[in-house]
Design a protein around this ligand. Structure first.
Ligand SMILES: Cc1cc2nc3c(=O)[nH]c(=O)nc-3n(C[C@H](O)[C@H](O)[C@H](O)COP(=O)(O)OP(=O)(O)OC[C@H]3O[C@@H](n4cnc5c(N)ncnc54)[C@H](O)[C@@H]3O)c2cc1C
Length: 438
């Protein structure tokens, strides 16, 4: 059956385009609605089925202009991609490639675009983004220390990176690498640069690939990469020397929305499995189906509310990115990032619990989903960093609010005087009749 005929099927299914949250609906083009339905059908009816085959075939092998959807439109599609391990790969929307493609599209020179962006968009190669280092607290990117010095028309790189997603893939041909190019610059945010390093450059070694709570994340693989006098032509610099933070920030805004919406898809998938298990007629603990135990229904309701709330938070962030760019949406991106990760983790955890021991085995997708969900509280900056930034920005309003509250008190006192009323402690007021009664 073709994808388009599935969309039109009369099986009682409400297509994704008809389930777009009201807040987002006015901003979604008809073209994006059609694409959204195709993505949903593709994921539900082809990718999820292919996940097991994909796992088995790992190690064996696997469009020109970008599709030009807004962050909001692509965000809605990313939710469905997040339901399957295969879907992002099959649609050439895997992390970190999407973020890297955005960087090249936004900041690359014409030569960089034709050398790297075109084959990436065509799905011919894969890429990696190398920022995190084992020797420093990398959640504070000003600590990044990979050495970069200029030698004629070349930059020379020395140091090491880890958690370099993608470097374990034989098809990964280009690394976007953040290093310290100007350590003595008095502005800390101008000390770093991001440069393109072809994966086959002499001096580069992927010394090992890291596992995630014991799971092998092939084919992308999170590599530990060593740089030993790696020489890269100066024209490979993205933007220009000292503008690494600009590149990283430009990359992470929309990228976090993609991650967050994929997390919503993962949470929906976990909820699907959860609902399926509690209605299983063969499982009757203590005389009734799980779905008849109130605590399970409460967990279902909690999951539904958390997913629906987080989705709105993320879509709100996507709308603001589309309107104001990533810089104008820092608060909303942080909210979306933190909330989506915790919702995914909570819902998967509840679903695992409903399955009992089967939930932690390889017989459901839940254990692997949990391991993935756990990383989401760390990748692209741990929760604490986003919360700190959110809390700090929010608390900037403290002085203004204190002044406003003081003004309100003064004005309230003036009102009492104007109406010749005595200002009485409200609790005392309640107690007076009680005392009199006694
Ligand atoms: C599956 C996976 C894929 C990844 N892919 C990539 C990739 O492709 N490219 C890449 O460059 N990196 C990648 N990373 C790395 C990831 O981005 C970093 O691990 C993350 O930014 C945290 O940096 P760190 O590990 O150095 O932890 P640290 O910076 O050492 O932080 C450790 C802990 O300290 C605490 N902490 C940090 N800051 C604060 C604070 N301000 N207040 C209170 N507590 C704080 C937090 O609990 C944090 O988890 C990946 C990681 C994982 C798990």
């Amino acid at each position: 059956m073709s994808v388009s005929s599935l969309i039109n099927s009369q099986d009682g299914h409400i297509p994704a385009s008809k389930r777009i949250p009201a807040i987002a609906r006015p901003s979604i083009s008809d073209r994006a609605k059609h694409a959204l339905d195709i993505v949903e059908k593709f994921v539900e009816e082809e990718c999820i089925l292919a996940d097991a085959i994909f796992e088995q075939q790992l190690g064996e092998e696997q469009s020109k202009k970008g599709p030009q959807f807004s962050t909001l439109e692509y965000g809605l599609m990313a939710e469905y991609l997040g339901k399957s391990r295969t879907a992002s790969e099959a649609t050439n929307c895997s992390a970190p490639d999407t973020g890297n493609m955005e960087v090249l599209a936004k900041y690359g020179t014409e030569a960089q675009k034709s050398r790297w962006l075109t084959p990436l968009l065509n799905g011919e190669i894969r890429s990696a983004f190398l920022m995190t280092e084992p020797d420093v607290a990398s959640s504070d990117a000003t600590n990044i220390g990979l050495q970069m010095y200029k030698d004629g028309d070349y930059w020379v790189l020395n140091g090491q990176k880890w958690w370099s997603s993608g470097t374990g893939n034989v098809r990964c041909k280009i690394y976007l690498v953040m290093g310290k190019s100007d350590p003595s610059n008095t502005t800390r945010y101008k000390q770093h640069s991001v440069i393109l390093v072809p994966a086959n450059t002499p001096g580069l070694t992927v010394s090992r690939v890291l596992s995630v709570i014991g799971f092998d994340h092939a084919p992308e693989g999170h590599g530990h990469v060593r740089f030993d006098n790696v020489r890269v032509p100066a024209e490979n610099m993205i933007l220009s020397e000292g503008r690494g933070f600009e590149v990283v920030q430009g990359r992470l805004g929309p990228g976090r929305i993609h991650h967050a919406m994929r997390s919503i898809g993962g949470a929906e998938r976990a909820l699907d499995w959860f609902l399926s298990r509690i209605s299983d007629p063969t499982k009757w603990p203590f005389g009734q189906r799980l779905a008849d135990h109130g605590i399970m229904l409460e967990r279902v309701a909690q999951s539904r509310m958390e997913i629906d709330s987080a989705r709105l938070v993320i879509l709100n962030a996507a709308i603001i990115i589309d309107e104001l760019g990533g810089k104008g949406a820092l608060k909303e991106i942080a909210e979306a990032k933190v909330q989506s990760a915790s919702v995914l983790l909570n819902v998967v955890d509840r679903a695992i619990q409903a399955y009992g021991a089967a939930g932690v085995s390889q017989d459901t997708p839940l254990a692997a989903l949990w391991a993935h969900a756990r990383t989401m509280r760390i990748v692209d900056g741990p929760d604490e960093v986003h919360m700190l930034q959110l809390g700090r920005n929010e608390s900037k309003r403290g002085d203004t609010l204190r002044a406003r509250i003081e003004t309100q008190k003064v004005k309230a006192a003036q009102l009492f005087r104007r109406y010749h009323l005595e200002q009485v402690d409200s609790l005392e007021l309640n107690r007076t009749p009680a005392k009199a009664y006694l």
